[in-house]
Write a protein that binds this ligand. Structure first.
Ligand code: 5BU
Length: 467
């Protein structure tokens, strides 16, 4: 049985379904993969075992360990067909008898191959590997039937485990779409999912994106966002130093980035940026000076390092218009790289009738590619490339989308993150001018984070527990 026959067989027995599924978390998903019923179809189980065996032929292992429950019969089938011993990892430790976590006979130093049915983040494989390694067993590879392409491979790579997947979710969708089995309604669902994936690429979790970043600060920011569960940047557009510090201290726990316009502060002293750095340490956020550099390389370097603001000495992140071209970025990089800073290029703006055309946006992305060590990503209204190393920060975000009298145009957090594939929402007046800025920041943070979590869930499996 080849991949295509397997996928269509899985569809026929109802192991892959399309529709509207509500998950335990309250989110919804339009595909549901349930491989548990495969045990009722021995031919199919054998086909899965054979496909996985083909994938791991060149790996070195002395035993197999299936992740309970769905992968247990698959591992058993491989074990029987190829006479390879099996190990089983208990999910809970027995509170009587041997208290062993790992059942089966093994020697320290022997290699075990982990088998899993569907991989999302790779968490179950990592947990299984940890228990096996605790017993002195070596883990280097895992065989997987379907990779949901949501960061599992990257997370496993970080732990030095190699994942061998028989199928990706994209392949499953393609095979079904090419078949004549599906209904019109199902075709619509598949097309929508595929379009979403090609427009903005499928979404990887922030922490998985970190492994693609060549700029160290982006890596740090992705981890920070995951740990803090925040994709909110506060645009702290106030005009007095103390006001800025009070706001940063109050809202600091809710945000991943604090954006400043240091040149609108009326009473600026260098002490202000020192205190801001202390608050950034205290609350774990990065400082982004929204300076929008736009001059020749030599001048922007002087503006970045010198003057009265010494921006390079305190701002983790800066931004620049790409208008002056490549060498301007080189000028900023000369000053910024030695301090481990990062640059966001302005690829799109939120203001009405701005002059940043699609061609300009495309050329901006091309400039970024020349400086991956310094450029973190873009200020944009949406995700611009399938390359996971770039971060996208979107200004012009408000819960009510009325805009202002000077050309600002707003989108909601859901539109920015979910529909446009952006990573960070930048909110100014929505928080700063609220009656209670902290309460407003919490509201934006929740909206932004929930939109991100929803964007990760495009397919449900049994582990999501469908209502
Ligand atoms: P608001 O109060 O949320 O509208 O503030 C938006 C902030 O983002 C403000 O500091 C602008 O200078 C900044 N901004 C923007 O609004 N639109 C853009 O395209 C860019 C920056 Br670039």
């Amino acid at each position: 049985m080849d991949n295509s026959q397997l996928v269509t067989s899985l569809y026929k027995i109802g192991a892959i379904k399309f529709g509207h599924f509500t998950l335990k978390s309250g989110q919804t998903s339009s595909i549901y993969v349930n491989l548990r019923q495969v045990i009722s179809y021995p031919e199919l189980l054998r086909a899965i075992a054979n496909l996985l065996w083909e994938k791991i032929r060149s790996c070195r292992f002395d035993s197999l360990c299936g992740v309970p429950y769905t992968a247990l019969p698959i591992a058993t089938c491989m074990s029987l067909q190829h006479s390879v011993p099996m190990l089983i990892r208990r999910k809970e430790k027995k509170d009587y008898g041997t208290k062993q976590k790992i059942e089966g006979v093994f020697k320290k130093g022997e290699h075990c191959l982990i088998i899993e049915d569907v991989v999302t983040s790779g968490g179950s494989i990592i947990e299984t590997a940890a228990d096996l390694e605790e017993e002195g067993i070596k883990i280097t590879d895992a065989a997987v039937l379907i990779d949901r392409e949501q960061g599992g491979k990257e997370n496993l790579n970080q732990k030095k485990y190699k994942m061998h997947a028989a199928l990706t979710l994209s392949e499953v969708l393609q095979i079904l779409s090419d078949s004549n089995l599906i209904s019109e309604a199902e075709r619509v669902i598949i097309n929508q999912l595929t379009a979403k994936r090609t427009n903005t690429g499928h979404r990887l979790p922030y922490s998985a994106r970190a492994s693609y970043c060549k700029n160290e600060l982006t890596k740090k920011l992705f981890f920070l966002m995951d740990q803090k569960k925040s994709n909110l940047a506060l645009s702290a557009d106030v005009t007095r130093g103390q006001e800025l510090l009070d706001l940063a201290d109050q809202v600091g726990p809710e945000i991943c980035v604090l954006k400043t316009h240091i040149d609108i502060i009326e009473d600026f002293t260098p002490e202000l940026t020192e205190k801001l750095q202390t608050l950034a340490q205290k609350h774990q956020f990065l400082i982004f000076e929204d300076r929008k550099f736009a001059d020749i390389g030599h001048t922007v370097k002087l503006q970045y390092e010198g003057g009265i603001y010494h921006i390079a000495s305190w701002a983790d992140i800066i931004n620049a218009h790409s208008l002056p071209g490549l060498r301007m970025v080189a000028g900023l990089a000369e000053a910024g790289l030695k301090q481990k800073r990062g640059l966001l290029l302005l690829a799109q703006m939120s203001s009405a009738n701005n002059l940043l055309t699609p061609e300009y946006t495309e050329k901006t992305v091309a400039i970024a590619k020349q400086f991956p060590e310094f450029v973190m990503g873009f200020i944009s209204q949406k995700k611009l490339s399938a390359d996971p190393q770039w971060i996208y920060m979107t200004p012009g975000v408000h819960l009510t989308t009325d805009g202002d009298s000077l050309g600002q145009q707003y989108v909601t957090p859901q539109e920015a993150i979910l529909d446009h594939g952006s990573d960070v929402i930048i909110v100014g007046r929505g928080i700063v001018k609220a009656m209670d800025p902290l309460a407003a920041a919490k509201q934006y943070r929740t909206a932004g984070w929930e939109a991100y979590e929803t964007s990760l869930k495009e397919i449900a499996t049994t582990s999501d527990v469908v209502k």
